[in-house]
Write a protein that binds this ligand. Structure first.
Ligand code: SOE
Length: 378
């Protein structure tokens, strides 16, 4: 007789978009991916008792709480998932680490380098498993690009070109949500979406050494949530652009904007090396475009690989037969699966809080460069 998989009590702090995405992952991961540990969706935590109760009922959490401080201390909680705005990440993560809990934290790790470093110090001191949720690393097509780069298929890497474009803030009528307030969000498009492009850049190409960055806030005032007849200042960027230099000499460009009309969630990269190119677009997330110079000249050209083969492509054997595509939500399920295996084996899966600190240093150099109008070291 095989042992019943060990259960792991999970507390999720935050229940909006990311809370919903993470909840779905905890529900799907057991039946589809058979991890070594079974997550038990114990407590959903949020400040508004009514709203959190409604969310818990629809998402499948056993209990609710309104104070994360009580939750992270509970003996039946083993994993604390932080899906709140950035201004609370450090406080929750440090308390969870001190209570000996494993931690999954939404990106960006924190609002400042100092907070991120304190979080890393806390998880290292407590020797708990820690992971940062940059879910796009765990798309099979992105993993295939990584494998090809690591195997040398693209040769020496010359260029990384990352763009993350959205358009949801284009109306000046959109109120002054927390994402427009520096004290809550830390930064705007920079930390919210350009951070994904830069995390993919580090994952696929390597460490970034220098940044020449720019930031702009085009819509400077927005209606107040509490009184739409008045406006308040937007204190974060709407758009962020940068030239980057990688430590190994490659050149990159990274752009994140929420004002690219028509672009809903256009997270795209292209990487050019001495032997080939790969290109990825989240809106076609089951595909990887590949050009290899080694192909016979007459048939050389871009190929579109459908990355859905259970035998050859990562994570796919948990899902459907070839060509039966997966979607956005699977990226979180894969993340949670690797986290559970990490907890079972006592090792933090990448990206971890160390990656979070490194990413935060790049964001910081980008902001410094936007102010100084010069290249800044990371
Ligand atoms: C912002 O619109 C957002 O929801 C980000 O916060 C997520 O990280 C990104 O994956 C999708 O867009």
């Amino acid at each position: 007789m095989t042992d019943r998989p060990r259960e792991l009590g999970v507390a999720l702090i935050g229940y909006r978009f990311m809370g919903r995405a993470h909840s779905n992952a905890y529900r799907q991961v057991g039946p589809f991916m058979s991890p070594s540990l079974t997550p038990r969706m114990k407590v959903l935590c949020g400040r508004d008792a009514g709203a959190v109760a409604e969310a818990a009922a629809s998402l499948g959490w056993e209990e609710t709480a309104t104070d994360w401080r009580d939750v992270v201390r509970r003996d039946d909680i083993h994993l604390v998932d932080i899906s709140t705005p950035g201004d609370s990440h450090a406080e929750i993560a440090i308390a969870a680490a001190e209570a000996g809990k494993a931690i999954l934290c939404e990106k960006p790790l924190a609002n400042t380098v100092g907070e991120a470093e304190a979080m890393l110090a806390a998880v290292e001191k407590a020797e708990v498993v820690h992971m940062l949720c940059h879910n796009y690393r765990r798309i099979p097509a992105v993993m295939l690009a990584k494998r090809m780069i690591d195997a040398g298929d693209l040769g020496e890497i010359y260029h990384y070109r990352g763009t993350y474009l959205q358009d949801w803030v284009v109306s000046p009528e959109l109120p002054l949500l927390w994402r427009f307030r520096k004290e809550k969000a830390g930064s705007g498009a920079l930390g919210d979406i350009a951070s994904h492009s830069l995390d993919l850049a580090r994952f696929l190409v390597g460490e970034i050494a220098e940044v020449s960055g720019d930031l702009e806030t085009f819509i400077k005032e927005r209606p107040l949530l509490e009184d739409p007849s008045r406006t308040g200042p937007v204190t974060v960027d709407d758009a962020a652009t940068a030239l980057v230099r990688f430590a190994d000499g490659a050149l990159g460009t990274i752009e994140g904007t929420r004002l690219a009309l028509g672009r809903k969630n256009y997270n795209r990269f292209e990487i050019n090396g001495s032997k080939g190119t790969v290109a990825f677009d989240l809106e076609r997330m089951n595909e990887l475009e590949v050009y290899l110079e080694s192909a016979p000249p007459a048939s050389r050209g871009f190929r579109r690989i459908l990355v859905t083969d259970p035998e050859h492509h990562p994570y796919i054997d948990s899902w459907w037969p070839p060509g039966h595509i997966i979607g956005y939500e699977h990226t979180f399920t894969h993340t949670v699966y690797d986290l559970l295996e990490g907890i079972a084996g006592g090792a933090s899966p990448r990206p971890d809080f160390e990656d979070g600190v490194r990413n935060q240093r790049v964001l910081d150099a980008w902001e410094r460069s936007a102010r100084s109008r010069r290249w800044e070291g990371v």
